[in-house]
Write a new protein. Structure first.
Length: 314
């Protein structure tokens, strides 16, 4: 393999590694990525327990409703609330409210996400809050104390949630009236996107020597419903990238496989005999990207996660 430095593509891959968690999560529940100005929060939606609430939330996600909104209410050691106001503290126009789905066996524990509502139990629209403490007093008790509907769980990024929870807050006068507990340094929701797929490299050795055979395969670790393009690359310590194709290695950016059918969940990548004299540390990268999108469109695609594995050639 020869080295090839493609700074632009390397930049996008490295940047995505910083914002996309590497997870091994086997679940049929939807996963969304909540990109904030403080970092990424990855969330599993409990569609198996609260399907109506999840469908309502996803309808807002799909239409881009949450893009450039704020966590407008932050109370330390309690919760952070968002999904209702844009960056100018103007209330977003939401759709009709939904019926409360609170008595489903989910509790308002730290890291769970629930729908915000008014006094009437059936008034939740678009706003949600992330519990930063165990708030079981918000759970369903009875018809007189119906609680707040939990519908999701943070599975990565609670450090980001805690950073937002620690922000200094104050009272602000807005077009919607007086708002309390508003972060003085805004915590912005840049977007919320559905994770379309998730990849992991199959188990490999950590070190290889001349003559050893490196067998590389990628497997999917969550149910996928979309046809996506699979990209695979090898990155050296100097940032050089070599792309893996069905025919071998390429210096030109190219997808390993375009339009991967949803029923294909395991992807043999290559079987490579280490030649004499090839040494160094290498990182294998695999990513799902929007069908037909190049790496220059990575940040604007439906990309979900990047899998990585490191090997040493001695």
């Amino acid at each position: 393999m020869q080295n090839f430095i493609n700074k632009q593509c390397c930049y996008f891959i490295l940047l995505s590694l910083l914002i996309a968690p590497i997870l091994s999560w086997a679940s049929n529940n939807p996963i969304v990525e909540l990109k904030t100005s403080r970092g990424l929060i990855t969330v599993e939606l409990m569609a198996d327990k609260a399907p109506k609430t999840v469908n309502n939330f996803l309808s807002y996600v799909h239409e881009g409703f949450y893009e450039n909104t704020l966590f407008h209410r932050v109370i330390s050691d309690f919760m952070i609330q968002g999904g209702g106001y844009n960056i100018n503290l103007e209330m977003q126009e939401a759709r009709a409210p939904i019926a409360l789905e609170a008595n489903v066996g989910l509790s308002n524990l730290r890291g769970t996400i629930a729908m915000a509502r008014l006094h009437d139990p059936d008034t939740a629209r678009s706003q949600f809050f992330i519990n930063t403490a165990d708030n079981s007093f918000l759970d369903y008790q009875n018809l007189l104390n119906p609680g707040y509907a939990v519908f999701a769980q943070v599975i990565d990024g609670m450090d980001v949630v805690d950073a937002i929870s620690a922000l200094a807050t104050g009272t602000v006068s807005s077009a919607a009236g007086i708002l309390r507990d508003v972060p003085e340094d805004p915590a912005r929701i840049e977007y919320i996107r559905l994770r379309e797929g998730q990849l992991s490299f199959t188990e490999m050795q950590a070190t290889y020597t001349s003559g050893d055979i490196i067998k590389v395969a990628v497997q999917e670790t969550m149910k996928r419903q979309s046809i996506l393009d699979l990209w695979v690359a090898v990155m050296g310590n100097d940032g050089s990238l070599i792309y893996v194709t069905k025919e071998g290695f390429s210096n030109t950016p190219v997808a390993f496989k375009a339009q991967v059918p949803v029923h294909e969940t395991r992807h043999p990548v290559f079987s490579f005999t280490v030649p004499q004299g090839l040494t160094g540390q290498y990182t294998l990268l695999a990513i799902f990207n929007k069908s037909g999108a190049g790496l220059d469109d990575l940040m604007h695609s439906l990309r979900s996660n990047i899998a990585q594995a490191s090997i040493s050639l001695l």
